[in-house]
Design a protein around this ligand. Structure first.
Ligand SMILES: Cc1ncc(COP(=O)(O)O)c(C=O)c1O
Length: 284
């Protein structure tokens, strides 16, 4: 099946999908996006993704390209035309094409691009083996709570992780505390079996998977606190993990080359990874 993309009102062959050279998404990263996991044909936590998209847009005074009801139809049609029942749908809204000028154009129409592709969501092998992270200074702008496509620092950090043989980079603020991964939220489990993740203020993206996992943690009555944690605390933690729409919950077994706990996936991380997979399967 050949790939199809949705671009501003049309479904086009992926290899011919194009935006204008003066699209502000291309020139200024003046755009927001979402990545929604599809599992057994179900769009996981779609309402939360659309609510976050609306918030990101509002923060940037970016108009909606269409209603949420219409957007949901486009997301489904893009997935259907690509034959995707397990994978992701990616959507990007930009401020549109206009003569190059930093100030907002008066009359630009927002652009909408949607793509979909197969992907192994919450890969069981990664869950079983756990993954390694490295830590790096967080050099991003001060509004990573907005899911903008200005992802150059994230790309640089992810590349460094890859070159170090790690799966993800945990970014670290000026106080030595972990903010989040390049495309995931960061968690630890303390010696008292308390699950810890940073509060969703303007220093991190409030992950939809993060919110879903918080629901599970509350339902299970597990000990939990939202607070910053340092790199040193993470390295000394009993367990660590990360969350994202594509990975679900993944145990972190190494930080900067040093084993976390026993150096293998922790029991709470595995329990939460299984509970999150059950949640996704229940959505189908
Ligand atoms: C910087 C950052 N933090 C966290 C996340 C996790 O968010 P979600 O669980 O909604 O995928 C992402 C996802 O891409 C991200 O880019």
């Amino acid at each position: 099946m050949s790939r199809v993309a949705y671009v501003n009102g049309r479904y086009v062959p992926h290899r011919h999908a194009q935006v204008h050279v003066e699209d502000r998404g291309f020139q200024f990263a003046d755009a927001v996006y979402e990545v929604i996991a599809i599992r057994n044909g179900a769009f996981i936590d779609e309402e939360r993704h659309l609510a976050r998209l609306a918030r990101s847009r509002r923060e940037l005074k970016l108009a909606a390209p269409m209603s949420d009801a219409a957007l949901k139809l486009v997301l489904r049609e893009t997935a259907r035309r690509n034959g995707i029942r397990d994978g992701i749908v990616y959507l990007q809204v930009t401020r549109g094409a206009a003569p190059r000028d930093f100030a907002f154009p008066k009359a630009a129409k927002p652009s909408l691009v949607v793509t979909s592709r197969r992907m192994r969501i919450a890969d069981p092998r990664l869950i079983a083996n756990g993954i390694a992270v490295i830590t790096l200074p967080d050099i991003r702008w001060k509004r990573p709570d907005i899911k903008s496509v200005a992802l150059l620092p994230n790309a640089l950090a992810k590349q460094q992780a890859k070159e170090a043989g790690a799966f993800e980079a945990w970014q670290v603020d000026a106080d030595g505390n972990v903010t989040e991964g390049t495309s995931s939220n960061a968690w630890i489990v303390t010696a008292k079996d308390e699950v810890v993740t940073r509060k969703a203020d303007d220093s991190i993206l409030n992950g939809v998977t993060r919110l879903g996992l918080l629901d599970i943690i509350a339902r299970e009555g597990m000990r939990f606190v939202e607070r910053p944690f340092s790199v040193a605390e993470a390295k000394a933690a009993r367990e660590a993990m990360l969350t994202s729409a594509t990975n679900g919950v993944l145990p972190v077994v190494k930080i900067d080359g040093k084993p976390v706990g026993q150096g293998k996936p922790g029991k709470l991380a595995l329990k939460l990874a299984a509970a999150y997979r059950d949640f996704m399967d229940g959505a189908a």
